[in-house]
Write a protein that binds this ligand. Structure first.
Ligand SMILES: Cc1ncc(COP(=O)(O)O)c(C=O)c1O
Length: 217
């Protein structure tokens, strides 16, 4: 028996047996193109639709709002770069975001907002930052921090955004929130929500971005 005790679940979790079973059954059964018209393709499509509906229910969203990605990094990049490509204005994020948000925001010339001593986004600093900008396209704040566990009140952030940058979209990186807090409630105010499977016992290389109805990327 190996003497290793793996504790770094904030970085990645071992695959749960039920996830392994579902994963291996799905890849063994479905190899057809889910957009095809023949029976094997339709079966693959049904499996995909079921997965989409299950995730949507977990996140309190509609199935049509789920965009599957290769993980949290792709979801975050898609949210930041996708919004910036479609809407004029600055991109803003919390200073403690994961690099999957910090880096694209930096490359786009965006602004980061300081955190409170408890590690969540400082709402007064956020309001001041938004007031100082002519136009804001996106504000991105993580729901739960991957290093400190600090929880940011996404609804309170969305209220500040609605008052100080009306029309700006809100993205939350909820990668560390799923299975620890009530994720549907915690992220309900966001237009875009990033999640990933390998933090909660799912396979590496599977993630999703919630894109609220009406939001274009
Ligand atoms: C808060 C946060 N966002 C994004 C990511 C990136 O997710 P992934 O490893 O699925 O690309 C991580 C992973 O460390 C994370 O902790």
């Amino acid at each position: 028996m190996p003497l290793e005790t793996y504790l770094d679940h904030a970085a990645s979790t071992p695959l749960r047996p039920e996830a392994r079973e579902a994963w291996t059954a799905a890849v063994a059964r479905h190899h057809a193109n889910p957009t095809g018209a023949h029976a094997a393709a339709r079966a693959a499509r049904r499996a995909l639709d079921e997965a989409r509906a299950t995730l949507a229910a977990t996140l309190g969203r509609q199935p049509g709002e789920i965009v599957f990605t290769s993980g949290g990094s792709e979801s975050d990049n898609l949210a930041v770069r996708g919004v910036a490509a479609r809407r004029p204005g600055a991109v803003v994020c919390g200073a403690g975001e994961h690099h999957a948000v910090l880096d694209p925001v930096g490359r786009l010339g965006g602004t980061s907002v300081p955190l409170t001593r408890r590690g969540s986004v400082d709402l007064d600093a956020l309001a001041a930052t938004l007031d100082a900008l002519d136009r804001v396209a996106l504000v991105s704040v993580m729901a739960v921090n991957n290093e400190t566990g600090a929880i940011t009140d996404v609804a309170a952030v969305a209220e500040v955004v609605a008052r100080h940058a009306p029309g700006a979209l809100v993205h939350t990186d909820a990668v560390q929130a799923v299975s620890w807090i009530d994720v549907d409630e915690a992220t309900a105010a966001a237009d875009l929500v990033s999640v990933t499977a390998h933090k909660i016992g799912g396979p590496v290389g599977v993630g999703a971005l919630v894109v609220a109805d009406g939001v274009e990327l």
